[in-house]
Design a protein around this ligand. Sequence first.
Ligand SMILES: Nc1ncnc2c1ncn2[C@@H]1O[C@H](COP(=O)(O)OP(=O)(O)OP(=O)(O)O)[C@@H](O)[C@H]1O
Ligand SMILES: [Mg+2]
Length: 268
Amino acid sequence: MQKPYIIIVSSPKGGVGKSVVSINLAVALKQMRYNVLIVDTDIINPCVGLYMGLNDTSNGVLDVISNKIDIKRAIVPHPSSGVRILPGNLSRTITTTKDVKITTPQIDAFMKKLAGLDYDFVIIDTQPGIEFPSALTVLDEAILVAQPNKASCISAIKMLGRYGKAKLKCNLIINRVRNRKFELDMREIEEMAETKVSEMFPEDEKVQVGVAEGVPTFSLDGKAPFSRTIKDLAQMYASRIGTAQGEEADDRHPLVKIFHGLIGKKRK
Ligand SMILES: Nc1ncnc2c1ncn2[C@@H]1O[C@H](COP(=O)(O)OP(=O)(O)OP(=O)(O)O)[C@@H](O)[C@H]1O
Ligand SMILES: [Mg+2]
């Protein structure tokens, strides 16, 4: 068993698209036959379960962090995609971080638990501003989500700097791009950030339809503009760890597959 590749999805500002990027990246990697766990560490407004149409989130990440329940018991399958989910706790009494008593040793222990799980990828969705400084050694990469405006990019660049100091590899992605005159374009953002932008995600109504229906956009419509960009991002991460450990992706030409099917020949 090898350690899963752990990616944290973060942003200093709220509502920029961390959760939709997290869930769709998870589904895209799963479709490439990787074993994927998505973890919702948004303590105040967890929404991975809601966005994925999960009804029962009675056990969640807080129960695991506080050792009330074993991590494997809290993980639930997402029936239609096969992604595994460690959901957040949808408690009405948690309205600020002060309502939750979590210690740094508890977070460290939780991150070590994640690192000990048998998955190819673990994707951690976070609440705005959370950097998990104590857990950086367990993380393999960060995704920083921003929108194409100055306020969003300036705050993202600060966070990028902090990740840089911690020597954590970080990919800056820009979401909800409409290519309007008043938006910052890719070149402007790269100049400001002194780094490359990994992906520009378009504004896509299918994202909102997916959220409203509790179905990841990638499952709803794999050819939607947002889904295509997610696929590029998933391919980049797939290249980090190599071939899926599950069934190998079948890249034979469709006609070859049909012919091999007829003569009963399987892929080697
Ligand atoms: N590319 C997009 N096109 C259209 N709508 C989008 C896109 N990305 C995100 N949205 C919409 O923006 C809203 C916020 O997205 P999301 O919940 O993923 O943000 P977040 O960064 O996780 O927010 P929070 O900081 O509250 O956790 C959602 O309603 C989603 O439908
Ligand atoms: Mg979110």
